[in-house]
Design a protein around this ligand. Structure first.
Ligand SMILES: *[C@@H]1O[C@H](CO)[C@@H](O)[C@H](O)[C@H]1NC(C)=O
Ligand SMILES: *[C@@H]1O[C@H](CO)[C@@H](O)[C@H](O)[C@H]1NC(C)=O
Ligand SMILES: *[C@@H]1O[C@H](CO)[C@@H](O)[C@H](O)[C@H]1NC(C)=O
Ligand SMILES: *[C@@H]1O[C@H](CO)[C@@H](O)[C@H](O)[C@H]1NC(C)=O
Length: 968
């Protein structure tokens, strides 16, 4: 295929599409290289040279080879004139221009501190202008839609750097599980886009939270899990995965890299640590990386050598060879050439250090470490990453779910950024729901992360980490028109979009629903948040495990000054006992032996503070009852994914034969027997004002669903107690009987799924007194049927609830009883709100923010801005007794914010008292312990605001039963 130099014209003439200029350049190039060869040869081999050594046989595809070699030198990123483009490549014809007028615009520029009060013009899929738009531009823009923002906040669309949307589509089905390949540890040739389902309900929901683009990552089940892609979440006119990709990398859609234009970034997922145990140990993981990168290095070296020859015109040396390439290793070769943004799942110091060493051994950069629970403890390690420190993509408060995340901290973001490490907050959707990514920023801000950086962490920082900041994550001229108009300051709890634009296309069908005023003027500013300097310092000092017990315990009198609100438990609920009127100064509360002895305005109580009291200024804070929680396995396990910290396998007739020694068909056992005190989750809960918890033995995981049908008897306990024998530690050792109903989870491993009809038949039989009441099963189901103990049924699906309501009526009729039936989880309960209220069934919702995770939850009501109502507001308005819990123990400190969220998204339909009841007395009603605490109940002291405010912080818990006030 090679030809003599003189006949290389033939090769050149065969080109079809090259421009005349290119032709001349290449001709010149070939001439120069040939001359170089000739002269060099001449000087080196003066004595022994022959014609054949001198003459180079230039192959017919020389031009293509030289082009391939030239591309090796190109680097990724936008062209210099990128921002002067006039129309976006993503523009959908027929999209009208939009002017958002009089907005408060957070641009993301200047480190997130740039805020301008101006207008934004979107046209051609681009941001055409940020600033004051001249009238003539407005007049000359055809079909301009004008939106009056009235001073509301505008930000760039939110960017989720870590999502599995489309790979684990909701509702989960076996047919859409495309996240981890079982085919080996090293799989750089896989591409997430190949499994990307466009019908995931998560897209529309995420957009409703202001999320406009996401990096779709393969799972973390492989050290190299495959290539990732940045997508926009909107539906495209083509309805295809490919059309959702932002800047599809070359070769993916048949386009070839142009050596004269910048390359497009590629993306890759790597992982290390615990999730890879299926392939061996951490040592095996690291060897698999080194082996793979060495293979890639060989290919790279072969390419470089080949190209050095070609570029030097030494064609004879590469005679008959093709450009060295290997489809399996090409992605890693591109990593070594600095063209791939790697997202590396990596939690602990040991893993981070391993990967940083790897990056230096092979000379490649890591764009972002994900999860990275210990990154904040080892900024020096991150600094040593080849090419500079990566961004660190973390959760705000989701920690302690596995051993690797045990040292995760709510202070990680501020510590990392103080060490010069860019912080990204991410969802890991569907682990956290992408829709609520902004909530991560709100929480990080609450724990002391600067507001500019908290917003950057969900916009510009992920865009930078993905190499996409020229298009997304920032608002400036020439960027993609991905914009959100908010109903309140985006760092306020419950902030929701009034409208979301992606590529200039409005996404919400009913914009401005509801909360058009953002729920008040004060919600238009970032919330003032507490200071956490001492807590953060201790967290660093103790490497993530600071002591969590009280710092000071006061037995005597405590006088609280400057209190604006006092709420107390009363006989049938909770009441505001006292509140300062607007403009009035705060009041006084006196506590004696941990009990409230006087409440009133200043001067009302005799405080005796001059002589013996501890005086505390609550800075406009509040006093209220300790919160009660149900729904998480608090105290039953410490780390959800670490069996060695939990109770172990729970027998029930469907999950494994109940051992004969129990002599009990259903193996009903008691959570009280497994309860652990002093877990970090319990202490975190206690410090956040959640002083009582009920836990059952029911266990459910995101992907495999519930692990048992009958999960025994729950226990109610005090979260701050040291051990079970402490006075008042156990409130009720046998609280309720628990059953879980549901359709089989699609990813449930070996166990045969038990049919819904079998589950209900079993329940019917047990409640109709079929088991001998000498056995635990017979005894407790008899009590449940007779109403002596609540029967808490975890059930999400409305059809199953309807069946249960009929079953309840039958049983009550046949036994003349009145059951205490509770639906927990209850995603679809709102569909039967009237009937549930009539049947006096109580409901424990385990999330204020429903998501259609399973088929049973597919009718989850999304709430504003997609629907007017929320499931909670419908239930409450229909008179159902509803409590609100959480599903994971590490979520407990957020209990009060979850309740606040429920109220904020109810458009005023849930008032403050009802909100408080959701997490106090209504939980007691659900648990059948209403009125048990009375005057003995714990009281929580909030500094700087009320229970639902992001400005407040729990400073102490007062316990009349213990006779003390415990300060943190
Ligand atoms: C951005 O802000 C952080 C913290 O507020 C600061 O540490 C950093 O130096 C700032 N960077 C620039 C470029 O101003
Ligand atoms: C304006 O809207 C009309 C009617 O939909 C359409 O025919 C026309 O092409 C639009 N003009 C532009 C510039 O989009
Ligand atoms: C664009 O604007 C024109 C004129 O106002 C209107 O007729 C058309 O429906 C708009 N198109 C869209 C997609 O909103
Ligand atoms: C890491 O580098 C940053 C920026 O140079 C510096 O501020 C920080 O102190 C370094 N941290 C450590 C632990 O070396």
């Amino acid at each position: 295929m090679s030809a003599k130099f003189s006949s290389s014209e033939v090769a050149l003439r065969t080109r079809t599409r090259s421009s005349r200029l290119k032709f001349l350049l290449i001709l010149l190039c070939l001439l120069v290289s040939a001359l170089t060869v000739l002269t060099t040869n001449y000087y080196i081999t003066t004595t022994n040279r022959t014609e054949s050594q001198r003459l180079q046989y230039v192959p017919l595809n020389a031009q293509r080879i030289l082009q391939q070699c030239a591309v090796l030198k190109a680097s990724p990123g936008p062209a210099d004139d990128f921002h002067s483009r006039r129309v976006s490549d993503r523009f959908e014809p027929g999209t009208n221009a939009t002017l958002i007028k009089n907005a408060k615009i957070w641009t993301g520029l200047k480190n997130g501190t740039d805020v301008v009060e101006a207008d934004v013009l979107l046209d051609g899929g681009l941001i055409k202008e940020v600033g004051h738009i001249p009238i003539d531009i407005m007049e000359s823009t055809e079909n301009l839609t004008v939106i009056e923002a009235n001073g509301a906040w505008v930000t760039p669309g939110i960017v989720d750097l870590h999502s599995h949307a489309g790979l684990l589509s909701a509702p989960f089905t076996r047919g859409t599980f495309d996240v981890n390949s079982p085919n080996g540890p090293i799989l750089p040739w896989l591409r997430s886009i190949d499994g990307f389902n466009t019908h995931d309900e998560a897209f529309e929901l995420a957009i409703a939270g202001g999320v406009t683009s996401a990096q779709i990552l393969p799972g973390s089940g492989n050290p190299i899990g495959g290539q990732a892609f940045m997508v926009k979440l909107r539906k495209t006119s083509e309805h295809s995965p490919t059309s959702m990709i932002i800047e599809p990398p070359h070769m993916l859609n048949g386009s070839e890299p142009d050596p004269d234009a910048p390359l497009r970034w590629r993306h890759l997922k790597q992982a290390c640590g615990e999730n890879l145990k299926r392939w061996g140990t951490r040592m095996d993981t690291m060897w698999s990386f080194r082996w793979a990168y060495n293979e890639a290095r060989k290919v790279k070296l072969a390419q470089d050598t080949f190209c050095a020859k070609a570029e030097a015109g030494l064609w004879n040396d590469i005679h008959g060879q093709e450009f060295p390439q290997d489809l399996q290793w090409e992605a890693l070769v591109d990593v070594l050439r600095g063209r791939v943004r790697i997202s590396n799942h990596c939690y602990e110091a040991v893993d981070l250090d391993d990967i940083v060493r790897l990056s230096n051994e092979f000379g490649f950069h890591i764009a972002s470490f994900h999860h990275a629970s210990e990154a904040w403890l080892v900024p020096g390690v991150l600094n040593r990453t080849f090419g500079g420190p990566p961004a660190v993509a973390i959760f705000a408060t989701t920690h302690r779910y596995k051993r690797e995340s045990y040292r995760g901290s709510e202070f990680a973001s501020s510590v990392l950024s103080e060490n010069g490490i860019p912080v990204v907050l991410k969802s890991d959707h569907p682990v956290l729901k992408s829709r609520y990514l902004l909530y991560e920023a709100q929480q990080a801000h609450y724990y002391g992360f600067d507001s500019n950086l908290a917003l950057a962490a969900v916009t510009s920082a992920p865009a930078h980490a993905a190499g996409m900041s020229h298009r997304i994550g920032l608002l400036h001229k020439g960027a993609d028109a991905d914009v959100v108009l908010w109903d309140s300051h985006p760092l306020q709890l419950g902030a929701a979009p009034r409208q979301v634009w992606i590529d200039g296309i409005p996404q919400l069908k009913s914009p401005n629903l509801p909360k058009p005023d953002g729920g008040g003027k004060e919600r238009q500013d970032a919330p003032a948040v507490p200071t956490w300097d001492k807590e953060r310092k201790a967290a660093v000092e103790w490497e993530g495990l600071p002591p969590l017990g009280p710092k000071k315990v006061v037995k005597g009198k405590v006088v609280l000054k400057n209190v604006r609100e006092v709420w107390m438990r009363e006989e049938h609920g909770i009441k505001e006992r006292w509140a300062a009127r607007p403009g009035q100064e705060g009041g006084t509360v006196v506590l004696e032996s941990g009990a409230v002895s006087c409440v009133g305005r200043n001067g009302w109580c005799f405080t005796g503070e001059e002589t013996d009291g501890t005086v505390i200024d609550l800075h406009g804070g509040s006093v209220g009852p300790g919160l009660v929680t149900m729904g998480s396995p608090l105290g039953i396990e410490e780390l959800a994914s670490e069996p060695s910290t939990g109770d172990g396998f729970l027998y029930d007739p469907y999950s494994g034969e109940v051992p004969k020694i129990l002599s009990d068909t259903a193996g009903v056992v008691r959570a009280a027997d497994a309860l652990q005190f002093g877990t970090r989750n319990a202490l975190h809960a206690y410090r956040a004002g959640v002083t009582y918890a009920a836990s059952s033995l029911a266990k459910s995981t995101l992907f495999t669903g519930p692990t048992s049908f009958i999960s025994g008897l729950s226990v109610t306990f005090r979260t701050g107690a040291d051990h079970a024998l402490e006075h008042g530690a156990i409130i009720n050792p046998v609280t309720a009987l628990h059953v879980t109903l549901g359709r089989p989870y699609p990813y449930r491993p070996a166990l045969p799924p038990v049919s819904v009809s079998t589950q209900i038949a079993t329940l019917r039989r047990l409640l109709l007194n079929a088991e001998n009441s000498d056995t635990e099963t017979g005894r407790w189901f008899k009590k449940a049927a007779g109403g002596a103990i609540p029967l808490i049924v975890e059930v999400h699906n409305a059809d199953m609830m309807a069946t249960l309501l009929k079953l309840k009526a039958n049983i009550e009729e046949s036994r003349g009883s009145r059951m205490q039936l509770v639906f927990s989880g209850a995603t679809e309960a709102y569909l039967l709100a009237k009937q549930i209220a009539q049947a006096r069934v109580r409901v424990l919702m385990t999330s204020a923010r429903s998501f259609p995770e399973s088929w049973d939850q597919r009718r989850a009501l999304p709430g504003p801005p997609l629907t007017n109502d929320t499931a909670l507001s419908i239930l409450i308005q229909n008179g159902v007794t509803v409590a609100l819990g959480v599903t994971e123990a590490y979520e407990l400190p957020n209990t009060r914010f979850e309740a606040a969220w429920a109220a904020l998204s109810s458009n005023g339909r849930i008032d403050k008292q009802q909100t408080y009841e959701l997490i106090t007395t209504n939980v007691e009603k659900v648990l059948g312990i209403e009125g048990w605490f009375g005057e003995e109940g714990d009281v929580v002291l909030y500094d700087g605001g009320d229970v639902f405010d992001l400005s407040s912080k729990v400073v102490a818990v007062a316990s009349p039963r213990k006779g003390v006030v415990e300060f943190f």
